[in-house]
Each structure stands twice: as structure tokens, then as C-alpha cells.
Design a protein around this ligand. Structure first.
Ligand code: AGP
Length: 363
């Protein structure tokens, strides 16, 4: 076991660090022709359904946001165990994307079968060749991260984001919302992502370890975001719950005043996910709101807003990529590290979280 951890203290940390390579391999394995074909199918679909569980669902929600906002598609994303809700609306002319790292999650498999028998065309995104979900789908597209041993999904999540983002852009191109130059610019930016992730790891790990030491004494925390920041927050919170056993709740930042802010008191940790997008100012307002209650405000932010947000945040984690649709991948990295180092600071083994299995094969 020591050998396969290659000197890292846990598989989770090793897999976090494998992300530049995992993303490079995933990108290299994506066939342009196939992406164009799937993009056209998504563009023509009556409805698009995205279904998955856990971390894969959060990746699906990023796909949903981009397919809706950039490609103008009608997308419905749901946790696979709730598929029955859609059994009267799903049918011929619809396309479903089933996201599953393992390809064996029973909830996702049952949703897939139901959608398929309703006449929906199913596309699988998986990390395991010829596992049940890709096998039973009409089409499969793979993340190529190598096996993921840690129970907490890390490298497979960012690779799923990469695939879903590329598919959404392809659908936007097929619908004429993105022209050739924009598509080329986008792919060029995507090719930089492995290096950005590498730099994100190199520049922030020590700082995050310090933040983790303070967080480790908390019993509860919030993750707030808007737009693309919401699924990224949800994934950050799930990682924190899974490995550090801290009650971490993610919700749209605009919801704070509608209830959750009642819990906030001195030193309550709140992690803000802020992109260089139309939500920047509203998010700054949300930071002020939390600071007025003496919260401990951490922000994962774009470099371009560092000077401005550094003044209002307790801790700023600047990420060196500005295009929000691409930045989601790099932004996930500090969230993973924070959960990992918080677990370690609490004396827990992040590779073996209690009550959890890597692949869930019961309903
Ligand atoms: C992620 O950290 C979890 N272990 C869990 O939520 C997982 O993402 C979920 O069970 C789905 O697994 P799958 O991607 O293999 O279908």
C-alpha cells in the first residue's frame, strides 16, 4: 500500500496532486469528432436530462448551468435516486447524460434504464471502461484519470467538469451561440488548465493547511456561491462532510438573508466561491453581510479581484484563471485540499471515511 501511495500520506492527497496529469490525459483522450457529434445531438434535444449521485451530480450541475446559459438548452438535472419524477416528461427526442465515476452506482444505473426505456438517448460519462453504465448507454465518453482509490472523489470530479464543459461548448457552437474563433479560444484556454491546476497546488497548499487548522475547530460551516459557484460550493461542502465530518452546508449566496444567516456568529467559517462573472458585486455584498456578524470569511477568488476582495476577506485564495467556465476546474482544487487538511488536523483518515463505500451498489 505504501508503494502505491508514492510517498503521499494518503491516496486522497496523491489523487489531488495527480490532477494535472489526469486532466491532460482526459483532454488527450477526447475525440473532436465525437464531441462535435454529441454537441449536435445536445443542441437538437427537446429536453436534456442529467443524472448522477454525489460528486458526479455536482459535476452534472456545472454541465446543466453551461448547457442552459451558454447553449440555451432546456436542462433538468436530478439526483439519480429521484428519477421517477421525470417518467412522464422524458421520451423520444430527449438526451440524457449519466455521470458516474465508477460506472456501477445502482441509483444511476436504475435512472439510466428508466430513461432508456422511455425512449431517451443516453450518453454516459465514466472513468471505468466497460463498466455497467457506459455498457448500457448508447454512447460513452471517458474521463482518463487512472483508478481513483480514495473514497472521496477528487481527480475524477475535475475530469468530469472538463468533459461536461467541452460538451456544453460544443452544443453552444452547434446552436450558433459560439463562433469558430470563440470555440478555438475556449479550447486553447482548456489546454492551459492542467498547468493552472499545477500552479494552484504549488501556490496555495501551505496557506490552505493553515486555514484548515482554524477550520478544524469548527462544528459547522457554510459554502456560498452564485451561478457556477453554487455546484462548486456544493462539492466543497460534500468533501468537508465526507472526510472531516464537519457539518458543511452549501447554498446560493442570495439565500443567506432568507434564513441561514441566523446561525452565523463570531468565527463561523464561510467559504465564498467567486468567479470573474456578473455575480462579483453581489458576492462582495454577501461577504460584508457575513463579516458584519464576525464570520471567518474565506474566498476562492479570481486573481483580478484579489486587491479588492483581500480587504473584506480574512483569507483570499486567488486562482490564476479568469474564464469562469474553465476556472471551475482549478477552483475545485483548494476545496479538496481544505477538506483533506482539515480531516488530517482532526486526526482522521481521509482515505477511510466512516459509513462510506467508494461505490454504492444498494438503492
Ligand atoms: C464522492 O466523494 C462520494 N464518494 C460519492 O458522492 C460519489 O461521488 C457517488 O457515490 C457517485 O459515485 P459514482 O460517480 O461512482 O457514480
Amino acid at each position: 500500500e505504501m508503494a502505491s501511495k508514492e510517498g503521499y500520506s494518503h491516496f486522497m492527497l496523491k489523487e489531488i496532486h495527480e490532477q494535472p496529469m489526469a486532466l491532460r490525459n482526459t483532454l488527450a483522450g477526447i475525440e473532436r469528432d465525437e464531441v462535435t457529434k454529441i454537441g449536435a445531438e445536445l443542441a437538437d434535444a427537446r429536453h436534456i436530462f442529467i443524472t448522477a449521485s454525489g460528486t458526479s451530480l455536482h459535476a452534472g450541475l456545472i454541465g446543466d448551468y453551461l448547457l442552459t446559459t451558454v447553449a440555451g438548452a432546456d436542462v433538468h438535472t436530478f439526483t439519480s435516486s429521484e428519477y421517477r419524477k421525470y417518467m412522464k416528461t422524458a421520451g423520444e427526442g430527449d438526451v440524457a447524460i449519466v455521470v458516474s465515476q465508477s460506472g456501477e452506482t445502482i441509483d444511476a444505473l436504475l435512472a439510466l434504464r428508466a430513461l432508456k426505456s422511455a425512449g431517451v438517448k443516453v450518453i454516459a460519462i465514466s472513468n471505468v471502461m466497460d463498466s455497467a453504465i457506459p455498457r448500457e448507454s448508447h454512447l460513452a465518453i471517458y474521463t482518463r484519470t487512472g483508478p481513483e482509490i480514495g473514497v472521496a472523489a477528487t481527480k475524477t470530479f475535475t475530469a468530469q467538469l472538463m468533459v461536461l464543459t467541452i460538451l456544453a461548448m460544443s452544443a453552444a457552437a452547434a446552436r450558433g451561440y459560439v463562433n469558430d474563433d470563440e470555440a478555438a479560444y475556449f479550447m486553447n484556454e482548456m489546454e492551459q488548465v492542467p498547468d493552472v491546476v499545477q500552479a494552484t497546488l504549488a501556490n496555495n497548499e501551505a496557506k490552505i493547511k493553515r486555514v484548515a487548522a482554524s477550520i478544524s475547530r469548527a462544528s459547522s460551516m457554510y459554502y456560498l456561491g452564485r451561478g457556477l459557484g453554487l455546484p462548486i460550493s456544493m462539492e466543497g461542502a460534500l468533501k468537508m462532510k465526507e472526510v472531516a465530518y464537519i457539518h458543511a452546508e452549501a447554498y446560493p449566496a442570495g439565500e443567506s438573508k432568507h434564513g441561514p444567516i441566523a446561525l452565523v456568529e463570531k468565527s463561523f467559517p464561510v467559504l465564498f466561491t467567486i468567479f470573474n462573472d456578473e455575480y462579483g458585486e453581489a458576492m462582495e455584498g454577501n461577504i460584508m453581510e457575513m463579516k458584519a456578524r464576525d464570520a471567518y470569511a474565506i474566498g476562492v477568488i479570481p486573481k483580478s479581484l484579489e486587491e479588492r476582495l483581500d480587504k473584506v476577506l480574512d483569507i483570499a485564495i486567488p486562482i490564476g484563471v479568469e474564464e469562469p467556465a474553465i476556472a471551475t476546474i482549478a477552483y475545485s482544487v483548494p476545496m479538496q485540499l481544505l477538506a483533506y487538511y482539515t480531516a488530517v488536523a482532526r486526526g482522521l483518515d481521509p482515505d477511510k471515511p466512516r459509513n462510506l463505500a467508494k461505490t454504492v451498489t444498494v438503492e
